[in-house]
Design a binder for this molecule. Structure first.
Ligand code: FES
Length: 110
């Protein structure tokens, strides 16, 4: 006798739905000649991800005005907030107001 497959139906909670929308990407951070491979969630700024991983990079204002968190995007894609101070086609970004848009993005903090 064959076992019947029982399909369970369950509702997707709001929290699970929200987690589905947040996509994770890998970001590689080069700081003081060391490479750090970090997981970036789409709704967190690069500075926040770096600080959560106990990497102490220079920063101050966290709103894009002091420019102490400047970094160079070597490959991949990063998007700055609409209030970004850096030129659109510049390879330099402010990590406190920038978000990872492409997997395996590499940034170098100078
Ligand atoms: S911390 Fe001031 S610009 Fe990023």
């Amino acid at each position: 006798m064959k076992k019947k497959k029982i399909q369970k139906e369950r509702k997707i909670t709001k929290k699970e739905e929200k987690n589905k929308k947040i996509k994770k990407k890998i970001i590689i951070v080069i700081y003081k000649k060391k490479k750090y491979k970090l997981i970036a969630k789409s709704k967190k700024s690069i500075l926040k991800i770096i600080l959560e991983n106990n990497i102490n990079i220079p920063f101050s204002c966290k709103n894009g005005s002091c420019k102490s968190c400047i970094a160079k995007c070597l490959s991949g894609k990063v998007k700055e907030d609409k209030n970004g101070y850096m030129k659109k086609k510049s390879e330099y970004i402010l990590t406190c107001i920038s978000y990872v848009k492409k997997n395996n993005t590499i940034i170098k903090i100078e």
